[in-house]
Write a protein that binds this ligand. Sequence first.
Ligand SMILES: NC(=O)c1ccc[n+]([C@@H]2O[C@H](COP(=O)([O-])OP(=O)(O)OC[C@H]3O[C@@H](n4cnc5c(N)ncnc54)[C@H](O)[C@@H]3O)[C@@H](O)[C@H]2O)c1
Length: 444
Amino acid sequence: MGSKSSVAIPPQLVKLLEADDNQKVRSHSYYVFNRSTMRHMSLLKTLCLFLFLLITAGYFAIKPLPSFGSHHDLQCSSAAWEKAVRKSAQRKEGGRLVVLLTGAAGFVGSHVSLALKDRGDGVVGLDNFNHYYPVALKRARAAKMKKAGIFTVEGDLNDQKVIARLFSTVTFTHVLHLAAQAGVRYAVHNPLAYVHSNVGGFVTLLEQCKNTVPQPAFVYASSSSVYGLNSKVPFSEDDRTDHPASLYAATKKADEVLAHTYNHIYGLSITALRFFTVYGPWGRPDMAYFSFTKNIIEGRPIKIFQGPNHEELARDFTFIDDIVKGCVSSLDTATPSTGSRGKKRGKAQFRIFNLGNTQPVPVGRFVSILEKHLKKKAIREIVPMPSTGDVMFTHANITKAQRALGYNPQTDLETGLKHFVKWYQTYYAKGSGHEDTLKGYMPF
Ligand SMILES: NC(=O)c1ccc[n+]([C@@H]2O[C@H](COP(=O)([O-])OP(=O)(O)OC[C@H]3O[C@@H](n4cnc5c(N)ncnc54)[C@H](O)[C@@H]3O)[C@@H](O)[C@H]2O)c1
C-alpha cells in the first residue's frame, strides 16, 4: 500500500509555479488562437488565390483577343489624329467614294483599301491589330497602305467613342465592313472572341451608321460558311442557311439577320458578300494553304483531312484579285440608304451575293499545284477531319453577282497559287526582315 507523502512547498515556489501555470495557460490559449488564426489565414489565402484564378480565367475567357497598342484613345482625341483621318478620306481625281474600311490591316481589307485608293477614292482604315495570327503581317500590310496614303485607325469596333469620332470627323459615303474574328477552328477555343467582334462589333457599327446623317451605304463580308451542312450544290443565295456547322458560321448568319433588321427598320442600304475560301499574296497564316506552304518548304508533314467515307475535302478557292473586284463593284452599285435620324424614309436596297470561283478543287489537287510551284514534294498525312466545324465542300453559284456586279472571276488556281508562292518566297526569304515572324506560330 503506498502512502501519500506530503511535501511542504515554500510559498515563493508556489507563486513561481502559479505564475508559470498562468503563463502556460496564456501561451496555450495564444497557441490555440494562433493555430486557428493561421488556419483561417491559410484558408483565406487559398480562397483569395482561388478567387484570383477564377477572375483571371474568367477575364481571359470573355476578353476579346488583345489589341495591339492601346493608345487609340490618345490618338483619337488629338488634332493630329483628326488631320490624318481627314487627309486619308480625301478623294483624288476620279474618286467618287469616301469609305470607312474596317479590318483594313487584314488580308482582304488591305487589298481592297489599296484598290480603292488607287482609283482615287478616299479610304480610312480601322483595325484593332489583334493577335489571332502574327501581328507583324498586319503591321506590314498597314505600312504598305500608309505609303499609299491610307491611315489605319487603331481601334476596336466595340469602342463607340472611336467609332463616333470617326463619323463626326468624316462624312463617309460607304462603309466596307471586313473586320471580324475569322477562322472556323479557333471558335472552339475562344467563342466569345467571335461574339465580341462579329456580333457586338457588328451591331455597334450598324448603330453608328443608322444614326449618322446622311447614312452611308453598308457593304460587308459574310461567308460561304453560312451554307453549313447544306448538300445541294452549287450553293445559291436562295438556299436556306439554317444549319451552320461552326460558331463562326453562326455569327456570320447572325450578321445577315441583324443586317436585314437594320435595313428593314432604319433604311440602311446593305450588301452582304459571301466569300468562298479566299487565297493569295499577303494572305492569312491561319489558313491551310499558308501552313501547307510553310510545312512543305520546311520539309514537315501536312495534314490533309478526309471525310467519313474517305471523301476528300473540296473548296471553291477564290483568288484575292477577284474578291477585290467583287467588293469594289458592290460599293459602286450600292444605292444610298434611305433613313434619317433613326427613321426609314423609303425602301432601301438589301442584297446578298456569293463571291466564289465556281470550281471546287479537292485539297489533294490543291497540294499538287503547290508542290509544282514550290518544286518540292509534300509529306502528306491523311487524317480524319476533326469535328471542329469544317464542312466537306463549298461550291458557289455566282449568277446573281454576275448579273448585278459584273463579277466574273478570272484567276484559275494554277495562276493564283503561282502568285501566292512567289509572294511567300520573297516575303519570308532569308534577309527579308520577315523571315522570323512566323516562328513558333501554330494555326488553330
Ligand atoms: N479569307 C477568307 O477566305 C474569308 C472567307 C469568308 C469570309 N471571310 C470574311 O472576310 C472578312 C475579311 O477576312 P480576312 O481573310 O481578311 O481576315 P483577317 O483576319 O485577315 O482580317 C480581319 C481583320 O479584322 C480585324 N479585327 C477583328 N476583330 C476586330 C475588332 N473587334 N475591331 C477592329 N478590328 C478587328 C483583325 O485584326 C484583322 O486584321 C472577314 O469578315 C471574314 O470573316 C473571309
